[in-house]
Ligand binder design. Structure first.
Ligand code: PAF
Length: 292
């Protein structure tokens, strides 16, 4: 496995692979790799002749006062995990090569980037879209793989790629969970033992809410109940629990004939957890119910 920090060296390697005609898969990460990342890497390994993983804690997707400085970093541990999975190249740019001191160009996605996480983190998707666009220009992948745990991010990147004609196929892969249901996330490392005991309630309450929504009727009462249950379970604040269209993230007042996505963000002290679930369209008989 090659580790590359310089963009010129990365470009040379990518050019050689392109000349061989080797398809390239790419998994962008911020490191502190867990089972969720590793499932993306395994998918990439099986999907293409060449596999690149990047590790870059991207400062522009953190607002001042967020956790950029203390975001978990474990370069040696990450490299050992990636080598064991047969990754061809790990790209580790430093901040100076990614952002010039007078960097002034941003990728701003609208549509799916509105609302949800953008309500409390308005800077976030501009930072993500910009760094992912830059990484795509450098790595020139044929496919890129993202986790559904960050479902809004996945749709924002899909929209950017479509709207800016980027020649890369975006693959979304299912969330990987701990045995108690908690979605794997690098930020789970921030949880105290007591918070860690509360955290799986997010998934449990989303499952209960998805079940209630699948019976049809107005979504609002089920979403309000979910917010109450999260607070009762010990979450200190609920940023949102929302039902959205699974493809464009437009708000849904009820499930109908299009697949929905139930998305939530809630806080345990300083730590913000997000999760989401697919909610299939309801049967026509349930859609027609008039009891709400
Ligand atoms: O999901 C992440 O880890 C990051 O948002 C990403 C896509 C690597 C961009 O920094």
């Amino acid at each position: 496995m090659e580790t590359v920090r310089e963009t010129a060296a990365l470009r040379r390697r990518i050019r050689a692979w392109r000349e061989e005609g080797a398809p390239i898969a790419f998994v962008p990460t911020m490191g502190a790799l867990h089972g969720g990342h590793l499932s993306l890497v395994r998918h990439g390994r099986a999907a293409a002749a060449r596999l690149v993983v990047s590790i870059f804690v991207n400062p522009t997707q953190f607002a001042p006062g967020e956790d950029f400085e203390r975001y978990p970093r474990d370069e040696a541990g990450d490299l050992a995990k990636l080598e064991a999975l047969g990754v061809d190249l790990v790209y580790l740019p430093d901040i100076g090569t990614m952002y010039a001191p007078d960097h002034a160009t941003w990728v701003v996605v609208e549509g799916p980037a509105r609302g949800l996480c953008a309500e409390t983190r308005p800077h976030f998707f501009r930072g993500v879209a910009t760094v992912v666009a830059k990484l795509f220009h450098r790595v020139q992948p044929d496919i890129a793989i993202f986790g559904e745990k960050d479902y809004q991010q996945l749709l924002v990147i899909r929209r950017m790629v479509r709207d800016l004609d980027m020649p890369v196929e975006i693959i979304g892969r299912p969330t990987v969970r701990e045995p108690d249901g908690l979605a794997m996330s690098s930020r789970n490392a921030y949880l105290s033992p007591q918070q860690r005991r509360i955290a799986p309630a997010l998934y449990r309450i989303l499952c209960e809410t998805a079940e209630a929504l699948s019976r049809g009727g107005s979504a609002a009462p089920s979403l309000a109940t979910a917010r109450e249950h999260l607070l009762e379970a010990g979450f200190t604040a609920v940023d949102y629990v929302e039902l959205r269209d699974a493809e464009d993230l437009e708000p849904l007042e009820r499930l109908a004939t299009r697949p929905g996505r139930l998305l939530a963000a809630a806080r345990l002290g300083e730590t913000r957890l997000i999760d989401n679930l697919p909610v299939p369209p309801v049967a026509r008989s349930a859609t027609n119910r008039s009891d709400d």
